[in-house]
Design a protein around this ligand. Sequence first.
Ligand SMILES: Cc1ncc(COP(=O)(O)O)c(C=O)c1O
Length: 358
Amino acid sequence: MTDISETSIRKTETAANPVQKADIDWANLGFSYIRTDLRYIAHWKDGAWDAGRLTEDNVLHIAEGSTAVHYGQQCFEGMKAYACADGSVNLFRPDMNAARMQRSCDRLLMPQVPEAMFIDACKQVVAANLRFLPPHGTGGSLYLRPYVIGVGDNIGVRTAPEFIFAVFCVPVGPYFKGGLAPVNFIVSEYDRAAPNGTGAAKVGGNYAASLLPNQEAHARGFGDCVYLDPETHTKIEEVGSANFFAITHDDRFVTPKSPSILASITRQSLLVLARDRLGMDVEEGDVFIDNLSAYKEAGACGTAAVITPIGGIQNGEEFHVFHSETETGPVVRRLYEELTGVQFGEREAPEGWIVKVQ
Ligand SMILES: Cc1ncc(COP(=O)(O)O)c(C=O)c1O
């Protein structure tokens, strides 16, 4: 494994000292793995994290009995770094990702990563991979994938003796192809989480459980599934790997509240932007699947999905179209512009939302 010293890392991009960008077709970036130069890795043993370091090695060498492999003792985060017009680089609310990962670690009996260590690791990874940061104006961003896994020799169902915290990055374009164009979704007959299970934690098991429903939705021509609440199957919870929101005919922003959904940082940000920038009433509450006609627009939101307008939802035999299957509604568009404007440094950010990498 090659360790990289701090001094070999390019930390700043200035007009006089531009970073030589990787040979990537920025305009057509999707959401696929691209090996970048350096990633961060830290180990936990005997009650403490080590100092962590950057490495070129993109392969983990872990014990065969690792709890992450057998019992799904792992969690992860998803966040992005954004290139600004002035050459600086924005992280969007990384303290929220750090806090959510701590909650996921608590739920799976793993040691928390301190917020400062989490944010520092993210900054190091971005600074070390600036040539992969999609240039401002391309719409792309550098996706960061922090994770914690249980490792070390073990066989019983118990918490691991050792852990790894690592962060790698991948340049990405929009998650759903077609940019800000509506996508249709289908209500799944599967549940992604149990009522008192791990739905609120960002743990791999939730995503393993979503692979089959996702494949079935794709096979039927839909972007992904809509998951209903696992207790009554009457209320919308999530849209694939994104939260759901909708706009009522009298311009209220409504998004589900439930203990089994993942608390999306994008959704929490939209609640603030809709209220403070668009002057809307906002509400976290129930969105009943048999009452979709109460909404004139709807969207899926998340770090990867950004804001994806929802064209229509197939529920059994019924197909409900919101604004349009081909056109993005005006409220969803304004929310998208406000959110991405803040993320890319084009619009003023609410206090504390942006952390500069350099
Ligand atoms: C299941 C699920 N819901 C919602 C989200 C959106 O969360 P965020 O806005 O924090 O990315 C994600 C992605 O992280 C997710 O995986």
